[in-house]
Design a protein around this ligand. Structure first.
Ligand SMILES: NC(=O)c1ccc[n+]([C@@H]2O[C@H](COP(=O)([O-])OP(=O)(O)OC[C@H]3O[C@@H](n4cnc5c(N)ncnc54)[C@H](O)[C@@H]3O)[C@@H](O)[C@H]2O)c1
Length: 333
């Protein structure tokens, strides 16, 4: 079976390519490298012993995407490609709507041309918006978000749902990720965004490596046990395995399913900072700053549907996540 992985040179995509190849899938990666480095493909080859086919293309480029489908018998698509920085999306909404929506709709049109019916989509817990109580459950309304980035996920979920309603022989799995952190055990793959990281763990990694001076924790006056925000951190390898399970499900089923991928546990920012220090025997420089616009105090997943529907459950501990994140950060240039 051949799987097209868009955004497969990125953080979650590259870990998923490793799991797919290790499970025997043929993998074709399409990534424009707007937020990834080309040597990720070499690293995947080093880990798995097999080089995925790689196209450096923009997924909104229909002719280029057609070329991929003409050259390979694509049976299913896992769609990671997109911009993902929440704060940046508030500054540059048009770029986010253009890239995330155009790439998805172009991809869907080309899939239709080539009769490819299986779609796994990178959605996000952000679709639950500010008003649902946590833990978030899939049946809660997922129709609101607090950033243009989040709205692209809400809209794409809608587009895929409407498409499958019109084409009931297709299958789309909307994977709502919580907060992936950590790295592959080889230390060769990890979260290495271009520019200053927007997410907590790559920022911590750069502070620990001396590349950034100190971490700012945004607010310690939230209504949580230690006053800092609580999130559901999950190991990126667990998340990658979740994609494999979703793909196996999609192969056998039709229709749309939204599925949370999280551990079901809330961990505070302060707890994560201390867990990183303890796991790696490092002292991190940090200061507490004001709250950041748009941050919710706390949320985590009800992860039971993933277990029932896909047979998936997160297995790695916070300590595993912190240790592997540092293994990667201290080796990255
Ligand atoms: N990392 C998270 O915390 C998180 C949480 C929820 C959802 N997601 C979603 O998961 C997906 C992957 O996230 P990630 O953390 O691996 O991000 P990432 O930036 O590391 O990976 C995305 C990849 O897509 C590529 N890309 C972007 N636009 C493209 C386009 N038009 N054509 C081709 N390639 C393009 C980038 O070069 C990058 O390699 C994204 O859709 C993101 O929104 C991520």
């Amino acid at each position: 079976m051949t799987v097209l992985v868009t955004g497969g040179a990125g953080y979650i995509g590259s870990h998923t390519v490793v799991e797919l190849q290790s499970a025997g899938y043929e993998v074709v990666v399409a990534d424009d490298l707007s937020n990834a480095k080309a040597d990720v493909i070499d690293r995947i080859e080093t880990i798995t012993g097999k080089r995925p086919v790689f196209y450096k293309i923009d997924c909104a480029d229909k002719a280029a995407l057609r070329g991929v489908f003409e050259n390979h018998p694509i049976d299913a698509v896992i769609h990671f490609a997109g911009f993902k920085a929440v704060g940046e999306s508030v500054q540059k909404p048009l770029q986010y709507y253009r890239n995330n929506l155009d790439s998805t709709m172009t991809l869907m049109e080309v899939m239709e041309e080539f009769d490819c019916k299986k779609f796994v989509f990178s959605s996000s817990a952000t679709v639950y918006g500010p008003n649902n109580p946590y833990p978030y459950k899939e049946e809660m309304p997922a129709i609101q978000s607090s950033s243009p980035y989040g709205w692209t996920k809400v809209m794409i979920e809608r587009i895929l749902t409407d498409y499958v309603t019109a084409h009931p022989d297709c299958c789309a799995i909307l994977l709502r990720y919580f907060n992936p952190i950590g790295s592959h055990e080889s230390g060769l793959l990890g979260d290495d965004p271009n520019g200053i990281p927007n997410n907590l763990m790559p920022y911590i990694g750069r502070v620990a490596a001396g590349k950034l001076e100190k971490l700012t924790i945004f607010g310690d006056d939230y209504p949580t046990p230690d006053g800092t925000c609580q999130r559901d951190y999950l190991h990126v390898v667990d998340l990658a395995v979740g994609h494999l399970k979703a793909l196996e499900y999609a192969r056998e089923h039709e229709g749309v399913e939204a599925v949370n991928l999280g551990t079901g546990n809330g961990v505070s920012v302060m707890e994560l900072v201390h867990a990183f220090e303890k796991a790696n025997n490092i002292t991190l420089s940090y200061v507490v700053g004001p709250r950041r616009d748009g941050d919710l105090p706390a949320f985590w997943a009800d992860a039971s549907k993933a277990q029932i529907l896909l047979g998936w459950k997160a297995t790695h501990s916070v300590e595993d996540m912190c240790r592997s994140a540092w293994d990667f950060a201290r080796n990255s240039k």
